[in-house]
Design a protein around this ligand. Structure first.
Ligand code: SF4
Length: 365
C-alpha cells in the first residue's frame, strides 16, 4: 500500500531515538471532598521515574494490573499527558518545550502530536456518531494531504477499508459508527490513525473489549500494518497472554509495570520463559495459558493479594509487601532497573549477586 507523503518539513535529529523517556513522573492530586477542603491534597504517583527509548518500527507491550499507571504512561509517551517530572523527547525534541515554545523548537508540537496516534479501548466513543465513516476518514487525509481532491480521498479510504477487511468498502464507507460492530469500529479507528501517517500508534487496551475470537485477528492486522506503514506500536494490555502474542509476533519487548514503576522489560520470549522479577511471575501465574499455571500451582506466588494504595506506596521496593522473596533490604531501598541497556532489565535485588539483600533477614510481616 502506498504511503502518504509528509506535509511538513522539519529539522530532525536522525541519531536520536523516535521517542525517549527520561526519568518521567506523572503525579496527580486526588479529588477532595468538602470535608477535606483545608487539608493537603493526596498525591497519586501514577508514574514514577520511568526511562526507556522507542525506535523506528519498534513494538513495546506494556502490561500490569489495573491502576498500575500503564495508560497514563502510554498517554505521556505520545504527548497527550504532560509529565510532572523528567522529559519526553520525539526525535530529540523535548515534546513539552515544543508545546510551550521554550528554547529552540526544531519540530512543532502539532507535527509531533499528529505523528503519535492513539486507538482506545472503546472506539465507539472516539468516532463521531453523526458522521459517516467516509467523512470520519476524510479528516486525516485533509490534514496530511490538503491538496487531495474528493475522488482521491475516496480512493484512499476505500483502499484502506479493504485492507483492514471491511468489504465491500463502499458499503461500509456510507455507514454511521453505530451501524458497525465493535470489531469494525476498531478497524475504522485503526484506519483513521494510519491515515495520519504516524510514527507510532498507542493501542490502549484496544482489543480488550473485542470478542476473544477477534482479538488475535485484530493483533495480526495491527502487526501486518505496522510493517506496511513503517510505524511503531505501544500496545497496552492487562492480559499477559495478549501482550506476549503482540510482542512476540512483532519481534518486540514486554514492559511490566507495578504501582507506577517499570519493574522488568525485555524481549518477549525471554521475559516470559525466564522472568527476573517476582511480580512478572505473579502475572504468569494469573495467565491461564502459560506454563506455570498448567503446572498446577494453585496459590498465587505472593504473600498478600491486596494492592497497596498508590497515594502511599510502600517504602523501598514497592512490591515488598506482596513479594514472597522479600527481605529487610527490600523495605529500605528501591532497586533500579538493571541489565543490558537494550536487552532484558529487571528492578530486583535478586538479579544482583553482590547486593546486601543476600545477607539481609527475610521479612516477618
Ligand atoms: Fe521482591 Fe526484594 Fe526483588 Fe522487590 S527487590 S521484587 S521485594 S526480592
Amino acid at each position: 500500500m502506498s504511503q502518504p507523503d509528509a506535509v511538513a518539513e522539519t529539522t530532525q535529529n536522525d541519531d536520536a531515538p523516535l521517542l525517549s523517556l527520561e526519568n518521567v513522573d506523572v503525579h496527580f492530586e486526588k479529588d477532595q471532598g468538602l470535608l477535606e477542603f483545608f487539608e493537603e491534597p493526596d498525591v497519586v504517583r501514577a508514574v514514577d521515574g520511568i526511562s526507556f527509548d522507542i525506535e523506528e518500527n519498534d513494538v513495546l507491550a506494556l502490561v500490569g494490573e489495573s491502576g498500575c499507571g500503564k495508560s497514563t504512561l502510554g498517554k505521556t509517551t505520545i504527548g497527550l499527558q504532560r509529565p510532572t517530572g523528567g522529559t519526553v523527547r520525539y526525535r530529540g525534541q523535548d515534546i513539552w518545550a515544543a508545546k510551550d515554545g521554550v528554547g529552540e523548537v526544531d519540530i512543532p508540537f502539532s507535527e509531533i502530536r499528529s505523528s503519535l496516534q492513539i486507538i482506545h479501548q472503546d472506539p465507539g466513543s472516539s468516532l463521531n456518531p453523526n458522521q459517516r465513516i467516509v467523512d470520519i476518514l476524510a479528516q486525516p487525509i485533509k490534514q496530511t494531504h490538503p491538496s487531495a481532491g474528493r475522488s482521491e480521498r475516496r480512493e484512499r479510504i476505500y483502499s484502506l477499508l479493504e485492507r483492514v477487511g471491511m468489504n465491500p468498502a463502499a458499503d461500509f464507507a456510507d455507514r454511521y459508527p453505530h451501524q458497525l460492530s465493535g470489531g469494525e469500529q476498531q478497524r475504522v479507528a485503526l484506519s483513521r490513525a494510519l491515515l495520519m501517517n504516524p510514527d507510532l500508534i498507542l493501542a490502549d487496551e484496544a482489543i480488550s473489549a473485542l470478542d476473544v475470537s477477534l482479538r488475535v485477528e485484530m493483533m495480526d492486522l495491527m502487526l501486518d500494518l505496522q510493517s506496511e506503514f513503517d510505524t511503531s506500536f505501544v500496545f497496552i494490555s492487562h492480559d499477559l497472554s495478549n501482550a506476549r502474542y503482540f510482542a512476540e509476533h512483532g519481534d518486540g519487548r514486554i514492559g511490566v509495570m507495578y504501582l507506577g514503576e517499570l519493574v522488568e522489560v525485555g524481549p518477549a520470549e525471554q521475559l516470559i520463559e525466564d522472568p527476573g522479577h517476582p511480580y512478572t511471575n505473579v502475572l504468569r501465574w494469573a495467565t491461564p495459558d502459560l506454563a506455570l499455571h498448567a503446572a498446577g500451582a494453585s496459590d498465587p506466588p505472593m504473600r498478600k493479594i491486596d494492592i497497596p494504595d498508590p497515594v502511599d506506596p510502600p517504602s523501598g521496593c514497592r512490591f515488598h509487601t506482596r513479594c514472597p522473596e522479600a527481605r529487610e533490604a527490600c523495605r529500605e531501598s528501591c532497586p533500579a532497573l538493571t541489565g543490558e541497556t537494550d536487552g532484558h532489565r529487571t528492578a530486583c535485588f535478586r538479579t544482583q549477586p553482590d547486593h546486601e539483600y543476600w545477607d539481609s533477614p527475610p521479612l516477618d510481616d
